[in-house]
Ligand binder design. Structure first.
Ligand SMILES: [Zn+2]
Length: 88
């Protein structure tokens, strides 16, 4: 009987630990705000004039060139009328 008691105790212990286990704390994986890395290539957001990094996710290809933007709103403005922003 002693063995059964031990197994039972172990089962209870496992159950207790199981209930008590918390989900792992969220690892800080929030995307860092785009920091201009030293020496990183920069492109100009033609809509607002800000510098954006050359690997910024917001980009739009127009006439064989990739234009980059700091914000979706800038991209949308550019898309609506690229000629307005491209200086020739
Ligand atoms: Zn912008």
């Amino acid at each position: 009987m002693n063995r059964i008691t031990t197994v039972l105790a172990a089962a209870i212990l496992v159950a207790a630990v199981g209930c008590d286990s918390k989900p792992a704390p969220p690892v800080a994986q929030t995307p860092m705000p785009a920091q201009p890395a030293a020496g990183a290539a920069k492109e100009k957001d033609l809509v607002c004039g800000m510098d954006v990094s050359a690997d910024a996710p917001l980009s739009f290809d127009h006439e064989g060139k990739t234009y980059r933007f700091c914000a979706q709103a800038c991209l949308d403005s550019f898309k609506a009328d690229p000629a307005k922003y491209i200086k020739k």
